[in-house]
Ligand binder design. Sequence first.
Ligand code: ZN
Length: 403
Amino acid sequence: MRRASALKAYKYRIYPTDAQMVFFAKTFGCCRFVWNKILDEKLQAYKKKERIPRITPAKYKDEFPFLKEVDSFALCNVQLQLEKAFKYHFRNCKQFKLPKFKKKRDKQSYTTNNVHNSIRVDFEKGLLYLPKLRAGVKIGLHRTFDSKIKSVTVSRTNDGKYYASILVETENRKNKVVEPKSKACGVDLGLEHFVTVTNDFGSYKVGHPKYLLKAEERLRRLQRSLSRKQKESKNREKARLRLTRQHAYITNARNDFLHKLSKAIIDENQVVVVEDINVKGLLKTRLAKSISDSGWTKFLTYLKYKAEWYGRTFIQVDRFFPSSKLCHRCGHKNDDLALHDRTWCCPACGEIHDRDVNASINLYFVGLGRPEVTPVERALVTNRSHHASKQEAQLPTVEQSAY
Ligand SMILES: [Zn+2]
């Protein structure tokens, strides 16, 4: 299922001049203004149970002439985003809440489209050209692309950094496809270790990276420090800024980890099998915090689309498949297994299991397409896993630019 063309986003830090910052601030402000105006009118109709009107930004341009000064595509995109938000809400009102009014304190952004080369990147000079801006904006190009630009989203974070996310249409994906070394692998998601993987070569566990755990510790410290500061004080503002920066750091670091891990797994295996964790169900329990922090949902999304990119098979087993409870050696189902049982002894064959390794082996078997495994294969896998799971395997290194 490989599509011929696809959209891909490249995000770069940009370094606008003071004048460009003013232009961005104006555009952000106008987008926020139009968003709130249109939203207000739509919500009023919604409350009166009337048909929700379709409103274009042009409606406000005579009354508020400053709207004519900014990029009109940016305002158009606000209208489209709002229409999308309402559409999603009516399709599934539980998952998608009604859109909210935008505040100045929120993250600022605007999206503009490329029409007749109005958006260009000069890779040699390191400049990004945007509509309504005569001079290019300095851009930190850590990687290149040679596809057609579709749109750009300019954003400013709460701590004053600017980014441009460039959406491009790729005709022919340049990603290098590596021959998989292993036929299949089973990936078990855990709380203690982030994942436990079994493939043709055995089992290994990948823990949560130490730098992430440390960063989270620092985050909690900063949160406590903020709550102790006096309201409206300068020190409180400083503490808030430090906290925002730490949040941003953690998000980036975690995404980086998830991208590298998913890429390594996709490179190594032809078939990737994961459990269909009922994340939403689990989130209601006491485990909620650690699960939402561990980024499972994101990780599965990355695995899925990378599998499609690189021509691998991604299988998510039914959530009733008892991957943890099944003894991979004799197939006995241990219904007494509790969530806190990290190791268990199979009452039927006496094999002692590491909970996560056993689960990933069962998923691996699904990947091999042979739920009925012959004793020889079973023995092979058992021996190997015994060997390999003793020490935690290191993450295979991948090229930074490859994902
Ligand atoms: Zn057994």
